[in-house]
Ligand binder design. Structure first.
Ligand SMILES: [Zn+2]
Ligand SMILES: [Zn+2]
Length: 756
C-alpha cells in the first residue's frame, strides 16, 4: 500500500491509496471517518464495524468504500473488525436514516447507531447462535393421526409443524419443554432439521391462526373495510374515535389482514406500560404468531432477539414505543399508531424525531397503510385531513352497546373549600363509588407530596441549586427532589433564609392525595401510580392487573393513568387540579390539557356501568373546560385551529427551535448573538435562492428557555418560523453549517418542536 511521507497534509486532494473504508460513528459530526480495511468489500456496506478511536473502540456503520481519503495515510488507522455475523442495514434502512438526517438536520451516524438495540452497539465481536429449523417428516404426518391421545406435547408440536417448518426459537416460545419434545420427535424420525435459518432469506411462510374477535359495530366494520381496501398502497388514515369506541378492535382486524397476506405489522403505542396490555390482546388474537416487543425498558437479550426476528422477517408483529419505528421489517404491510397525538412519540433530547412523522414517511417508502388513532387527534393531523393528505374515519359511538360517554361536572373551588386538596363533594363521590363496589380514579398531574416547601415566616421556598425550579417535597422518603435534574437533599429542619422551623408543604401531589384519601377512606384499597411507585420493572403492570382483577378500589395517579387502560369497573374519575395549563406560555398547552382531560375522562364508564367525571377548578366557565365538558373534540379543534391560523402558528406555519445551553451565561450570550448574525446572513442567501418565498421566514430574538437553568446549565432558545416546510428546510440547510461549533456551548436544532 502506498505510503506518503510524514508532514504531508492531505487537504482536499484525493489520493489513490488502495482500500479506504468510510464509517459513520455515533458522534455529532456529519462526515464519516476513514479507516484502512483491506478485506472489506462492497458487500460489507451497511454492516457494523469496530474501529479504534483515540484510546477507545467504537462501533460504527460502514457507509462506503473507496480509494480516496482526505486524511494523511499514515494517520489513518486500521478498522478492527466487521460484524459479519450480524445482518446488515438494507438500502431502505439507509434511505430512512438519510430522510431523518436531512429533515431533522441531525447526523447520520447517531441516527443509524441509535436505531439499534444497545447489545448490538457494543464494540466487541458478536456471535449469534445458529438458528435450527425443524420440519415434519412423512412419518411425522402419519404419526400425527396415530399418536396416542396422551402424547399431548408431541401432538401439539407436530400439528404446529404440519403447516410449515419453523425455527427452534419460535417453537421454544410457543411450547413448554420444546427442547425435550423436539429431541424425542427427532429420535423417532417424526421431525427433521432442515438446516440453519438463513437470515438473509425470508423464512418460509407460515399460516397464522387468527382467533375471531367480537363482531364489529357498523362504524368499526366500515373503518376496517375502508382500511383493508387501501392495503398495499401508501394511505395514511386518521381513525378519529371517541374513547372506548373500539379503536383497538379496528387495529387488530387491520393487523389480521396484513398477516393473512403474509406481511408484517408494526404497532406503536405511546407508553411502555401499555405494551404488555396490548401484547396480551395481540397474543390472544394471533396465538401462534411471532410477536416482537421493542422498548427501552427491555433487557438486552430479548430486545436484540426481537429486533433480529423483525429484521429477518420471522417476527409477524412488532409492538413497541417510539424507538420501534426504526425496526427493520422486510415485509412491512401496515403501521398502526395508537394515540397519535401523544407527546411521547416525539423524542425530547438529542435526535428529536417524531415517531409518528417518521412512520408516515416509512409507510410511503414501503407503500403501505398507516393507521393513526386518537380520541383527541393532534391539530397537525386534522390539518392533514383538511388538506387531503390523510383520510379521516370516525368512530362516534362507544363500542359496548350500553356504554355512553361519561357525564362531566365541575366542582367550583371558588365556592367550595378543599382539605388536603380534596373537596367534600369529591370525597363523598369517591366514597359512594367504593361503597357500590365500583372503582374510582383520581388524577393529579404532579408526583411527590407537594410541589414546594414554604417558610411560614419569610415565604422562602427551597430551590434546586442547579435549576431554576423549586424542589418537590417527597414525604415518604423525607427528601426534597428536583424533578428536572434529579438533585436530592434531606428536608431541612429550618428555613435557610431566616432560620424559622415552621416549614409548610404547599400544594398537592399524588403522594399527598393518596395519604389524604387513606385517612378519609380507611377501608378502601388505594394504589398510587406515578413514576415513583412504578420505578421497578413490572411494578406498573402489577398495579394495573390488580385493578383489572377488582383488587383495588381507588387508583391515584398522574397521566400514566390516563392512557389506554381499560378498567370496566371504573365509574368515577376525579380530576384534582388541572388549572396549571391555564397559565402556560406554550401555545400547545390548551391542546394538551383538553386531550389529557378527555383521555382521563374516557377511563370512566367503559362497559355497562355509567361513568361520571368530576373536575375541581377555579375556572369552570373557561372555554377550555367547556370544550372538555361538551366532549366534542371536533368543535374544540375547529376553535383552536382558527386561533392558530390567526396567530400564524403550527399547523399553519413551520417551526424550528435552536436550543442552546452553557455553564456560563456570558458564553451563551456570545453564542446566541453569533447565531443570530449567522441567521441574518443566511436569510440574505436564502432570499437570493428562494425569492419571494423568503418573505414568510421569520427569525425571532433569542429568549430564555421555559426552564432557564437546568442541571447547572443556562439555557436559551431561538425560534425560526416559516410559512412553508420547504422554505424552513432550505433556510436551515444554509444557516446551521454557519452556526459556530463551540466547546463550551451545547446546541441542537429541534425541527417541529412540541414544547416551545
Ligand atoms: Zn424563612
Ligand atoms: Zn435541578
Amino acid at each position: 500500500m502506498a505510503r506518503l511521507s510524514k508532514g504531508f497534509r492531505g487537504g482536499n486532494s484525493a489520493i489513490v491509496t488502495g482500500q479506504i473504508v468510510h464509517v459513520a460513528l455515533d458522534l455529532p459530526l456529519a462526515k464519516p471517518f476513514d479507516f484502512h480495511g483491506a478485506d472489506v468489500t462492497a458487500d460489507d456496506i451497511g454492516r457494523l464495524a469496530i474501529v479504534p478511536f483515540g484510546s477507545r473502540k467504537l462501533t460504527g456503520v460502514i457507509v462506503g468504500i473507496s480509494d480516496k481519503t482526505e486524511v494523511p495515510l499514515d494517520k489513518l488507522k486500521h478498522l478492527l473488525l466487521v460484524q459479519r455475523e450480524l445482518p446488515k442495514f438494507s438500502v431502505r434502512d439507509f434511505a430512512l436514516f438519510r430522510f431523518c438526517e436531512s429533515y431533522y438536520h441531525y447526523p447520520f451516524g447517531p441516527i443509524a447507531l441509535n436505531s439499534l438495540p444497545p447489545a448490538m452497539r457494543q464494540p466487541k465481536p458478536i456471535r449469534l447462535r445458529q438458528q435450527r429449523i425443524f420440519e415434519i417428516t412423512d412419518s411425522g404426518h402419519a404419526a400425527l393421526l396415530a399418536l396416542s391421545a396422551r402424547a399431548v406435547a408431541q401432538r401439539t408440536m407436530l400439528s404446529s409443524l404440519s403447516t410449515a417448518p419453523q425455527t427452534e426459537a419460535h417453537l421454544k416460545r410457543r411450547h413448554d419443554r420444546a427442547a425435550s419434545v423436539l429431541a424425542a420427535l427427532l429420535k423417532k424420525g417424526l421431525v427433521a432439521i432442515s438446516g440453519p435459518a438463513n437470515r438473509a432469506e425470508p423464512p418460509p411462510r407460515r399460516l397464522i391462526t387468527i382467533v375471531p374477535g367480537p363482531s364489529p359495530s357498523d362504524e368499526q366494520r366500515i373503518a376496517i373495510e375502508r382500511i383493508s381496501a387501501a392495503s398495499g398502497t401508501f394511505t395514511p388514515f386518521l381513525l378519529f374515535g371517541v374513547t372506548a369506541s373500539g379503536k383497538t378492535e379496528v387495529y387488530l382486524q387491520v393487523v389480521a389482514g396484513a398477516l393473512a397476506n403474509g406481511r408484517q405489522a408494526l404497532v406503536l403505542v405511546p407508553e411502555i406500560n401499555l405494551t404488555p396490555q396490548f401484547l396480551r390482546q395481540v397474543q390472544q388474537r394471533f396465538p401462534d404468531s411471532h410477536i416482537a416487543l421493542q422498548n427501552s425498558a427491555m433487557a438486552d437479550v430479548p430486545r436484540m432477539q426481537g429486533y433480529l426476528a423483525a429484521q429477518s422477517g420471522q417476527a409477524d408483529i412488532v409492538v413497541g414505543t417510539r424507538l420501534a419505528v426504526f425496526t427493520p421489517m422486510p415485509k412491512l404491510g401496515v403501521i398502526v399508531i395508537d394515540e397519535e397525538h401523544d407527546a411521547s412519540f416525539k423524542q425530547q433530547e438529542g435526535f428529536r424525531y417524531s415517531a409518528r412523522d417518521v412512520a408516515v414517511f416509512r409507510a410511503q417508502q414501503e407503500s403501505c397503510v398507516v393507521v393513526m388513532g386518537s380520541a383527541t387527534p393532534s391539530l397537525e393531523s386534522l390539518h392533514n385531513v383538511a388538506r387531503g393528505r390523510f383520510t379521516q374515519i370516525a368512530l362516534t359511538k362507544r363500542a359496548a352497546a350500553s356504554a355512553v360517554l361519561p357525564a362531566i361536572k365541575f366542582i367550583d373551588l371558588n365556592h367550595e373549600r378543599t382539605e388536603d386538596g380534596l373537596s367534600v363533594t369529591m370525597v363523598k363521590a369517591i366514597e359512594d363509588t367504593v361503597r357500590r363496589g365500583e372503582q374510582a380514579l383520581v388524577f393529579i398531574n404532579r408526583r411527590g407530596f407537594s410541589p414546594a416547601l414554604v417558610c411560614a415566616q419569610c415565604g422562602a421556598m427551597p430551590e434546586c441549586k442547579r435549576c431554576s425550579a423549586r424542589l418537590v417535597f417527597h414525604q415518604k422518603e423525607r427528601r426534597l427532589k428536583c424533578h428536572h435534574c434529579g438533585y436530592q437533599s434531606r428536608v431541612p429542619n429550618a428555613c435557610a433564609a431566616c432560620g424559622s422551623h415552621e416549614m409548610i408543604a404547599a400544594g398537592h401531589g399524588t403522594e399527598r392525595i393518596e395519604i389524604a384519601l387513606r385517612n378519609k377512606l380507611p377501608t378502601a384499597r388505594i394504589a398510587r401510580v406515578d413514576r415513583d411507585s412504578t420505578r421497578k420493572r413490572g411494578a406498573a403492570e402489577k398495579i394495573f392487573d390488580a385493578a383489572a382483577a377488582g383488587e383495588i378500589d381507588v387508583l391515584v395517579g398522574t397521566q400514566m393513568l390516563s392512557k389506554g387502560h381499560d378498567f370496566p369497573k371504573i365509574t368515577l374519575v376525579g380530576v384534582v387540579n388541572a388549572d396549571g395549563a391555564m397559565f402556560s406560555a406554550d401555545f400547545r398547552a390548551a391542546e394538551r390539557m383538553v386531550a389529557q382531560l378527555c383521555q382521563v375522562a374516557g377511563r370512566a364508564g367503559r362497559a355497562d356501568l355509567p361513568g361520571r367525571v368530576l373536575i375541581q377548578t377555579r375556572f369552570a366557565a373557561h372555554p377550555l373546560y367547556q370544550a372538555v365538558a361538551a366532549q366534542d373534540h371536533a368543535s374544540f379543534a375547529t376553535m383552536a385551529m382558527a386561533e392558530r391560523k390567526s396567530a400564524n402558528l403550527p399547523p399553519y406555519s413551520f417551526l424550528a427551535l435552536l436550543r442552546a445551553e452553557a455553564k456560563s451565561a456570558d458564553a451563551l450570550n456570545t453564542f446566541m448573538t453569533s447565531a443570530v448574525e449567522a441567521a441574518n446572513a443566511a436569510r440574505i442567501t436564502h432570499a437570493e435562492l428562494a425569492g419571494a418565498a423568503n418573505a414568510s421566514l421569520h427569525v425571532w430574538d433569542p429568549i430564555p428557555a421555559p426552564l432557564s437553568r437546568k442541571a447547572g446549565f443556562e439555557r436559551q432558545q431561538l425560534m425560526v418560523q416559516a410559512n412553508s416546510r420547504g422554505a424552513l428546510q432550505q433556510f436551515l440547510a444554509i444557516w446551521l453549517p454557519q452556526v459556530s461549533q463551540s466547546r463550551t456551548v451545547k446546541w441542537l436544532i429541534d425541527v417541529d418542536p412540541l414544547e416551545v
